[in-house]
Write a protein that binds this ligand. Structure first.
Ligand code: GAP
Length: 517
């Protein structure tokens, strides 16, 4: 675990050192849980967005995109339920004056019991080797049984307070924290306040006070921009059910526990798609979208074992199915995407609050109804983090050296080709520029002439550039270059005229999309 934490710290500093992610307003020491993407980060992020957007809008004739404003009419958030119910349960420690999410404190306590069990299992595995029978060990080892019992009891209590009638039982939550002896990690004390609800939406004022300013919110999800545009898109696009509306955009949440770098941010980006369907067909579509989205993730080649579904036991009152796609991050399996069957809740609520009829006339059955919705919702930043975590490697080389390499999928890499003149003379820089001038229209190229070739390779490995080309004396004679592969480090001599053909297909988003059909 500690080793994994170290790796994660290294990834965070690598992101800064190589221009992927900087703390926001860095010269003022940053702003909590807000980050800026640097020169390489923005390219990777744009490629992720393109991969998602094209997989939705290019590959599905019945999915179209929109780009709705961040500011929305304040009633939107009343109708969606966010004003009344988009809350986190908070608790303060009176000694450290630190604030925590009460549910997170309890979940961490559950994780501690799980960790203890896991440690016992690892120890026994080492001791018994091949003869180890995990099921039997779990059923008989007294320390495992004791921790499992504690885990089950806590889990049961936690479920009860979270699902209490009339909303979360805040007093019950505090009692669990006291009974479990959970202490503040800063002060080490149990001097807790009561638990209370805290709304996660950021508020601001629109218009001057003299005009009668109104309170508006920074959107906490992009989805509502799609729901309020359902009629506009359906009518102007003459869309027939089933059809989808996709959108990529910023969302804002005043997260209290903002940790793990870009995993939980206060300003982040979502890629959401609402798929409008006939009522009664939702569970079939839910299953289809689960499969489609998992395939999209696994297509990146990070290994099926690093993904899993986490089906929700506890459903929001308007949902009739929900699951998360989780990815194996260095800090455990974590949600990257949510897939929700949201019934007709949102459209019905907007119809009620706006007084507009939001229905679909089905020409096949001659009936009108409010469509149901399957939503797929993924965070760009979490996707970025999962890619970074999986791609980062400190590789031991046969010559005893180490290199830090990002094995980014070539189609997502910020720079696809780096071109180096071996020396800064004899016309090599000009030849290298010539190659770039020719290829820059097809993919992102970078010119590098500083330092020895070996160092230049290392810099390109560190930003995940899949191909490097070196222009040398022979190039000037026969128009060939050495082409070096990032992952294998193999070099081969190829004609300049063949470069585009060798590289373009491997680095294009199209190469990824083709596997999805
Ligand atoms: N419209 C549904 C919705 O917003 P969600 O589960 O709250 O659902 C969807 O969010 C996705 O947005 C998450 O799976 C995650 O990838 C991303 N996300 C949510 N909160 C985030 C945060 N504070 N920082 C970064 N990403 C976040």
């Amino acid at each position: 675990m500690a080793q994994q934490e170290d790796v994660f710290k290294k990834i965070v500093s690598h992101c800064k050192e190589y221009g992927f992610v900087f703390p926001s307003s860095d010269i003022y020491d940053g702003l909590g849980a807000v980050y800026d993407y640097g020169q390489n980060g923005v390219e990777l992020k744009n490629n992720i967005k393109q991969y998602w957007w094209q997989s939705m809008v290019l590959l599905h004739e019945n999915i179209v995109g929109i780009d709705a404003a961040i500011f929305m009419h304040p009633t939107t958030w009343k109708a969606s339920g966010h004003v009344d119910a988009f809350n986190d349960p908070l608790i303060d420690n009176r000694d450290s004056k630190k604030r925590y999410r009460a549910d997170v404190l309890i979940e961490e306590q559950l994780a501690k019991y799980e960790d203890k069990i896991q440690k016992e299992i690892e120890k026994a595995k080492k001791k018994f080797g091949d003869a180890f029978d995990e099921a039997q060990f779990r059923a008989t080892n007294p320390r495992v049984l004791e921790n499992q019992e504690k885990f089950d009891a806590l889990h049961k209590r936690y479920q009860e307070v979270m699902n209490a009638e009339g909303g979360i039982d805040l007093e019950g939550m505090k009692q669990i924290i006291l009974d479990e002896g959970i202490v503040c990690p800063i002060s080490g004390t149990r001097n807790w306040t009561d638990v209370r609800q805290f709304n996660l939406m950021f508020k601001t004022e629109m218009g001057s006070t003299a005009d009668g300013a109104s309170t508006i919110y920074l959107r906490p999800e992009t989805a509502q921009g799609i729901f309020v545009n359902y009629l506009n898109v359906q009518k102007t696009g003459r869309m027939k059910l089933p059809f989808g509306i996709a959108q990529i955009g910023k969302a804002f949440r005043n997260e209290i526990v903002a940790r793990q770098f870009i995993f939980r941010m206060r300003e982040f980006e979502q890629m959401e798609m609402q798929f409008f369907i006939k009522p009664g067909t939702e569970l079939d579509w839910f299953a289809k979208w689960k499969e489609t989205r998992m395939k999209w993730h696994q297509n990146l080649g990070f290994g099926a074992e690093n993904y899993r579904f986490h089906d929700h036991d506890k459903l929001a009152h308007y949902a009739n199915a929900a699951t998360d796609i989780e990815f194996h991050m260095p800090f455990g399996f974590k949600e990257v995407e949510g897939i929700h069957s949201r019934t007709n809740f949102d459209l019905s609520q907007h119809a009620k609050y706006s007084g507009k009829k939001i229905e679909y006339f089905d020409p096949d059955t001659n009936e009108s109804y409010t469509p149901y919705v399957i939503e797929t919702s993924i965070g760009v930043d979490r996707m970025f983090l999962s890619i970074m975590c999986h791609s980062y490697e400190e590789q031991q080389l046969p010559d005893g050296q180490t290199r830090t390499v990002l094995h980014l999928p070539a189609a997502l890499a910020p720079v696809k080709l780096a071109v180096f003149p071996l020396t800064k003379k004899d016309g090599m820089p000009e030849k290298a520029q010539e190659i770039i001038n020719d290829l820059r229209f097809h993919f992102n190229c970078k010119y590098e002439e500083k330092d020895q070739i070996g160092k230049r390779y290392r810099r390109m490995d560190a930003i995940g550039c899949p191909f490097c080309v070196t222009v040398d004396q022979q190039t000037l004679e026969d128009n060939t270059v050495t082409l070096r592969d990032r992952d294998t480090m193999e070099q081969r001599r190829v004609a300049i005229s063949d470069l585009r053909g060798i590289i373009e297909d491997k680095v294009s988003i199209t190469s990824l999309l083709k596997n999805l059909l």
